[in-house]
Write a protein that binds this ligand. Structure first.
Ligand code: ATP
Length: 328
């Protein structure tokens, strides 16, 4: 029989994403609903090691559902990667009489949670919080939808200036290993081409496509480039290549950077965060452990952390085809 859970801790770890506050709020309020105590841990695993805990009740999380970032702060903890660090964390958890842990973060944070569970047989539950949407076991990670809206808004603004000057803009968006953001915002922002890590478009095809687009009468062009795209070593080299190999283009680069992680969470992310928090707490209370909660076919499901970490998300081929047709 698993131990009855009377106190649950929640932390945010790794890169922050919009919706993390809404997820903390949901965890805290679901605990309150079930008469379970809830403890917030500051600065991710760092706070677990240093014992930076604060008891949270339903009222402590008022006014945060609409706020970006995470009020518990996030961190990357080197010490938690060591056995000694995790032992310190466990000792603090025992001292504080915590019976279960909800980790809001990405695959690195889940790896840490899984190891912690294996070493101390301690109940853990993951909520996928990352804008990259690169975790298996959920159609949407927390923050992905908000990031898409933020980036599309930026592309719309870049388009205004691009068309006023007949310019070609390379716009770099986040996505070192996956092109989910690039592909979606490329379609939504009317990009002429989308360069992603999963596909090698080839420089020649890019030049052909830009030439075609100019011949067809387009006055400006936007190419969305994921950070980890295959053809350019980086976006500035792409610009140099086009400068050298195509005449008459006024080429500019815009790297959107960390603004993609900020901002108020979208309605979709607030609802998703609320659903994920409820599922995470109630699953722990049912005696489940070592899972990640996720959205599959619009139903909240559990995926073993091991599968969520190991799996690789696939690019949506239908979206690729749509983007090809739209750039005609
Ligand atoms: P993002 O997707 O934004 O990068 P993430 O959760 O993948 O988020 P990481 O920096 O990879 O971010 O991991 C967050 C923290 O999880 C690390 O700083 C570390 O404390 C812990 N962690 C990651 N991998 C391990 C591991 N193998 N063993 C123990 N802890 C780990």
């Amino acid at each position: 029989m698993p131990k009855t859970i009377k106190k649950i801790a929640v932390l945010t770890s790794g890169g922050d994403s919009p919706g993390m506050n809404a997820a903390i709020r949901s965890v805290v309020r679901t605990c309150a609903y079930h008469n379970v105590e809830c403890v917030g841990v500051y600065r991710g695993y760092e706070g677990l090691i240093d014992g930076e805990f604060e008891v949270l009740d339903a009222r402590s999380v008022k006014g945060i559902i609409n706020k970006g970032g995470t009020f518990l702060k996030s961190a990357r903890s080197k010490e938690f990667r060591t056995v000694e660090g995790r032992k310190k964390a466990y000792e603090n958890i025992v001292k504080a009489e915590i019976d279960g842990l909800v980790v809001i973060g990405g695959d690195g944070s889940f790896t840490g949670a899984m190891i912690f569970n294996q070493e101390f047989d301690f109940p853990v539950m993951g909520i996928p919080g990352t804008i990259d949407n690169d975790i298996v076991g959920t159609s949407h990670t927390l923050g992905f939808d908000t990031a898409l809206n933020t980036v599309v808004d930026a592309i719309d603004k870049i388009r205004d200036t691009a068309s006023s000057h007949n310019r070609l803009f390379f716009v770099e968006v986040m996505g070192r290993d996956v092109g989910h953001i690039a592909l979606n915002v490329g379609i939504a922002g009317g990009a002429e081409e989308i360069l992603i890590p999963e596909e090698d478009l080839g420089l020649e095809r890019l030049v052909d496509s830009l030439n075609r687009s100019r011949k067809s009468g387009k006055s400006s062009s936007i190419v969305v480039v994921a950070e980890g795209d295959k053809i350019g070593k980086n976006i500035f080299e792409l610009k140099d290549y086009v400068d050298e190999n195509m005449e008459g283009y006024d080429v500019r680069v815009s790297v959107l950077g960390h603004m993609q992680r900020g901002g108020a969470p979208s309605c979709f992310d607030r609802v998703l965060a609320s659903r994920m928090g409820v599922k995470a707490v109630e699953s722990l209370l049912e005696g489940k452990s070592n899972y990640m909660v996720g959205l599959i076919n619009n139903i909240m499901e559990l995926t073993p952390l091991e599968n969520a970490i190991k799996g690789k998300t696939k690019i949506n081929l239908e979206l690729l085809r749509v983007s090809d047709i739209m750039s005609t």
